[in-house]
Design a protein around this ligand. Sequence first.
Ligand SMILES: [Zn+2]
Length: 124
Amino acid sequence: MDTAPKSVSPVYAAITARCPRCGKGPLFKNVLELRDACNHCGLNYRFIDTGDGPAVFGIFILGFLVCGAALYVEFTFEPPTWVHFLLWGIGTPLIALALLRFLKALLITLQYRNRAEEGRLADE
Ligand SMILES: [Zn+2]
């Protein structure tokens, strides 16, 4: 991995889903599928390995948000059950996708900036 400039903010790169090095090339082909390389600076994205990180953070954040919002709506407005099915049945997957995209881009940028990679023995 080459030198990591500190000019691209991880939050900016995550919100815009841009390259962790230049902050200009798109990171994803579609909603969550990564490109092979940055089409602006040529950074190869093969080093990326976020594993289950984005999903774990997403589950905790999404569970907290949706459960809190569902309880708030229920006890404040007391809507019929179909309103809950409509709100959370449609809202939860949409929020999950947006949150996963943001968290995946954030963890990729942090992995790049901090040069996080698998540990190796010194003589290898
Ligand atoms: Zn780039």
